[in-house]
Design a protein around this ligand. Structure first.
Ligand code: NCD
Ligand code: ZN
Length: 346
């Protein structure tokens, strides 16, 4: 049995770092193992201009003194985003991608896009400049069941956008369904998908059976087991269109353990050990390095990291912190519900 793994230092292609006291408390959890991360712009208010992205990048750097962690910034697309500002922010190296939230789809998405035609000038500018568009792929219509919102988004919104702008490079973020896996597989170029750590581990029973478990509630919500299995198959298949984006999304416990729980799972602390366990159980440990260290960088046109991360396997289960204390309150660390034998070693 494999006892040690030496991996390309991983990148996280979808991460929430928040701001202020929460940022200071949780940023080190990602910077410890990851070299770079695509930073989500859904702050309150959202990051909508290049100037705001640059200032946020500096606050992240200030939260990580002495760290070489590189935040890859994104802009939050609104119906009034100026394509010129996006192109300028990309040319000056401030942003790596633009993020599309359908209005109301998830945490802090009120300023997102309602009428996708209004975003067409930005889509065309992104396509021409080769800037990737990160997409939260869920419709928000009241009459669409929450478990169907991703599949319906593909048909009603994503596919029409991609047909109208074929050169647009799209990342379907945090995919949760076999429908999304098949949609990505049906396109040779220009389309990738991130898969989270937690969606490889939980299905909807984890959230709902035996009482509601708020720390498993995230968006897109975890689906049936058949979908989880499709995600594991995609992540461990060695297909370069699928790569890691943890969507680690911290909320303080008071926001999770209440009558209207915020959406988000926090996995930054132990994502690499959890993934090693998942890939080992799938008999695909040899595919982990590319999933966490190669394919995302390749899709984004970034050089792969030339540093390494080492993991070691022990016979005894590894104990991880249950909570991370931050100045904005404690954050519960995702509980995979099974023993994990892997840990990162220096
Ligand atoms: C994210 C958050 O909390 O900002 N929540 C989540 O459940 N994933 C937003 C998001 O990425 O949808
Ligand atoms: Zn997210």
């Amino acid at each position: 049995m494999t006892r040690t793994l030496t991996l390309t230092r991983p990148d996280d292609f979808h991460l929430h770092l928040r701001d202020g006291a929460m940022l200071n408390g949780i940023a080190p959890e990602s910077a410890r193992d990851f070299a770079r991360a695509i930073i989500m712009p859904n702050l309150v208010p959202p990051i909508v201009t290049g100037a705001q992205a640059a200032a946020y990048r500096d606050r992240i750097a200030a939260a990580l003194p002495g760290s070489d962690f590189v935040p890859l910034m994104t802009l939050y697309l609104t119906e009034s985003t100026d394509p010129g500002d996006v192109i300028a922010a990309h040319k000056s190296g401030v942003i790596a991608a633009v993020k599309l939230y359908p209005a109301g789809a998830t945490t802090n998405s009120a300023s997102g896009v309602r009428d996708f035609d209004k975003a067409r000038p930005v889509f065309e500018a992104l396509a021409e400049a080769g800037i990737p568009l990160c997409v939260h792929g869920e419709v928000t219509d009241d009459d669409v069941d929450i478990f169907d919102r991703e599949a319906v988004f593909i048909d009603r919104v994503l596919d029409p956008i991609r047909r109208a702008t074929p050169a647009l490079r799209v990342i379907m973020e945090h995919i949760t369904t076999v429908d999304a896996v098949e949609y990505v597989r049906s396109h040779e170029t220009g389309l990738g998908a991130t898969i989270t750590t937690h969606h490889l581990i939980i299905n909807r029973n984890h959230i709902l059976v035996g009482g509601i478990k708020p720390h498993y509630y995230c968006l897109p919500v975890a689906k049936r087991e058949v979908h989880r299995l499709a995600l594991v198959e995609a992540a461990t298949s060695g297909d370069p269109r699928f790569f890691l984006g943890t969507d680690s999304a911290p909320h303080s416990d008071d926001k999770k353990e209440c009558a209207c729980c915020a959406a988000g799972c926090f996995t930054a602390t132990h994502t690499m050990p959890l993934l090693a366990e998942v890939f080992e159980r799938a008999e695909a440990l040899d595919k982990l390095d590319a999933f966490t260290g190669h394919f995302g960088a390749d899709f984004y046109g970034l050089a792969r990291n030339d540093t390494r991360l080492r993991l070691q396997r022990s016979d005894e289960p590894v104990v991880f912190p249950r909570k991370i204390e931050t100045g904005a309150g404690p954050v519960t660390v995702f509980d995979p519900g099974f023993a994990v034998h892997w840990q990162v070693v220096a």
